[in-house]
Design a protein around this ligand. Structure first.
Ligand SMILES: NC(=O)c1ccc[n+]([C@@H]2O[C@H](COP(=O)([O-])OP(=O)(O)OC[C@H]3O[C@@H](n4cnc5c(N)ncnc54)[C@H](O)[C@@H]3O)[C@@H](O)[C@H]2O)c1
Length: 272
């Protein structure tokens, strides 16, 4: 998909950070935007900014962990805007700390947003996007933590590996439909991810648990980049139909080491 003009782009988690930047970038290119987020005030700010720039956007309150809510989002998008061409399953939360300390609630919360949120987006939109026969593109936000395991990020890595695997399968299944699929895998981006807890439902909170910051566990020496740079990469990735959208050149060494370890393990088998 290389023409954003007149397209409809749905961005979950569009009220802040990477989602807001993607929405602004698509709007600048002439797409009409549907933001979906828990954060009404955040979405209102992005909608106003887009309108001030001459673009069109609406914000719909939606909890991506709730399939019915995501189905309602899809219904409203198709009813009010007539189509959906770009779907960014981007809403996500960060939870950091060693696996030995992770609670059942930590797992439930992170999986419900980072994995089920993406699954619900695919479930509610994909069949209709195929049926409308107008082409399009799906971008699922994973992370570099979805391409390499990292200490202190086990729960988050597990959720993001799922998003990578799902998207690799999706891209292959969509061949011939005119719809592309990409998985976005940034390293560190200057957003509100370190305060993801603000969106943690009460019933999944563990009062008294020690809060671990991303800065306490991020082992990589990656630059902190701005969401706008990520959004530019996403636009380019959609145009180039790239399966993997990476944002940091620093990821090269991490990926090389992983690929090498895997190749060595296979080599060992092959050579007996
Ligand atoms: N910031 C980083 O360093 C980084 C790196 C790699 C991947 N990511 C991923 O990027 C995506 C966007 O995160 P961000 O960094 O912009 O953080 P952010 O906290 O600034 O934005 C996340 C948005 O998702 C929304 N959200 C959270 N739970 C939700 C739910 N249940 N339903 C609907 N919306 C919900 C929040 O309200 C927020 O507006 C996430 O999937 C995150 O895992 C971020």
């Amino acid at each position: 998909m290389d023409d954003f003009q007149g397209r409809v782009a749905v961005v979950t988690g569009g009220g802040s950070g990477i989602g807001a930047a993607m929405a602004r970038a698509f709007a600048r290119l002439g797409s009409r935007i549907v933001l979906a987020d828990l954060d009404r005030a955040g979405m209102d700010g992005v909608v106003s900014e887009i309108a001030a720039g001459g673009g069109r956007a609406i914000g719909i309150e939606c909890d991506v962990t709730d399939l019915r809510a995501v189905e309602r989002l899809a219904d409203r998008t198709f009813r009010e805007l007539g189509a959906a061409h770009i779907l960014c399953n981007n809403a996500g939360v960060g939870m950091f700390g060693p696996l030995a300390a992770a609670t059942e609630n930590d797992w439930k919360w992170v999986m419900s947003v980072n994995v089920w949120g993406v699954v619900h987006g695919i479930h509610a939109f994909l069949a209709r996007m195929i049926e409308q026969k107008q082409g399009g593109h799906i971008v699922n936000t994973a992370s570099m933590a979805g391409l390499a395991g990292m200490p202190g990020l086990g729960v988050y890595c597990a959720s993001k590996f799922a998003v990578v695997g799902l998207t690799e399968s999706l891209a292959r299944e969509l061949k011939g439909t005119g719809i592309g699929a990409s998985v976005l895998c940034p390293m560190i981006v200057n957003t509100r991810i370190d305060s993801s807890d603000r969106n943690r439902p009460k019933e999944l909170q563990d009062p008294g648990a020690k809060k671990v910051s991303i800065n306490d566990v991020a082992m990589t020496v990656a630059r902190v980049i701005e969401p706008e740079e990520v959004a530019e990469r996403v636009v380019r990735g959609i145009r180039e139909k790239a399966l993997y959208i990476l944002t940091h050149s620093e990821s090269r060494d991490v990926l090389r080491r992983r690929a090498q370890r895997l190749a060595e393990a296979a080599e060992k088998l092959a050579t007996g």
